[in-house]
Design a binder for this molecule. Structure first.
Ligand code: XMP
Length: 311
């Protein structure tokens, strides 16, 4: 594909679709939404509203980092605090697909709907990619950003239209576009992060406490595996517990599973053969720095039969 041409065509296409209306772009910190935002900014300049929804499920310092990164690109980002809304909606939900649906509903039916209505914006730019669409259609999992492809008409249901300029690309293609658009290297190469955010890495009910725990573990894993060259790496907090020993006493503690995979575009993945030394270091940091965890395991399952994420 000629990515330079792709960029020019997409800018023209979104300008035509939006016409005299207004558009908004919602950042998640990942490469897809960042790329769409820069495309939108090229199309509309200051007239593109850019927001970051702080849903309480993001990684450490994510809102601040996003604002800073985009400030350097000359793009102003507004942070919207919606933590309570998400935790309230997730309370008591244990089924993975239900958790995904609840998160999508808070975004689309509540937050986006209100912001767009208040600002008289009719178009939402979104970083959906081909893999998201394919997995949802195949019934593997409901990617949180898929609507039209599963029969939801956002205009009819929520009162706004969705534009998805990256929907023909996979992750590797998006990274190429991001590079051509001049996005910083750390965003271009950032490992994928799911729409339901850290809620996808907590099995069972999502609570602020469990998110705080998995957030700490995520910082450790991301730091330790930064130079691993892997496609994606993250910890997951299990719902089950296991017996351990702390301070010479029995403790029924939490279990963290480390996932680290090689992949080109997330359709298939193989577990990375990490050196034992690195695994040991991660284990030590997690059990030293997160006392609620008594057990750390490494996942050796490829996709398929597993998926990359746990929900
Ligand atoms: P799975 O777990 O299906 O994930 O093997 C494939 C890739 O997609 C990411 N992922 C998501 N991305 N919205 C997204 O934009 C989502 O709801 C979502 N769920 C999973 C996942 O991290 C992996 O890279």
């Amino acid at each position: 594909m000629n990515y330079k041409k792709f960029i020019g065509e997409k800018i023209k296409e979104i300008r035509e679709k939006v016409g005299k209306g207004k558009a908004i772009s919602v950042l998640s910190g990942g490469v897809d939404s960042a790329t769409v935002t820069v495309l939108g900014h090229k199309a509309f300049g200051e007239n593109l509203k850019v927001v970051f929804i702080d849903n309480g499920l993001m990684r450490e310092r994510e809102p601040e980092n996003v604002v800073q990164t985009f400030k350097k690109l000359g793009i102003k980002v507004e942070i919207i605090n919606a933590k309570e809304k998400f935790f309230k909606a997730l309370k008591g939900k244990i089924d993975p697909e239900e958790k995904r649906k609840v998160i999508a509903d808070v975004f689309y039916k509540d937050i986006f709907k209100k912001i767009l209505k208040k600002n008289r914006i009719k178009f939402l730019l979104q970083g959906t990619i081909l893999t998201d669409i394919e997995e949802t259609i195949a019934g593997i999992k409901r990617q949180h950003n898929i609507l039209e492809q599963i029969g939801i008409d956002p205009q009819k249901e929520y009162g706004y239209r969705i534009i998805e300029p990256l929907k023909e690309l996979r992750k590797d293609g998006v990274r190429k576009v991001a590079k051509l658009l001049g996005l910083p290297e750390e965003i271009q190469q950032r490992i994928p992060f799911p729409g339901p955010a850290l809620a996808a890495r907590v099995i069972g009910e999502v609570t602020p406490e469990k998110i705080a725990l998995v957030r700490k573990a995520t910082s450790i894993v991301e730091k330790e595996l930064k130079n691993s060259g892997a496609f994606q790496y993250f910890p997951v907090l299990m719902e089950d517990k296991a017996t351990g020993i702390r301070g010479g006493k029995r403790e029924f503690g939490n279990i963290i599973i480390i996932r680290c995979v090689q992949s080109k575009d997330a359709r298939i993945a193989t577990p990375t053969k990490l050196p034992w030394k690195i695994l040991e270091r991660i284990r030590k940091k997690i059990t030293d720095e997160i006392p609620e965890v008594t057990r750390v395991c490494y996942d050796i399952t490829p996709k398929p039969p597993a998926t990359i994420e746990y929900i």
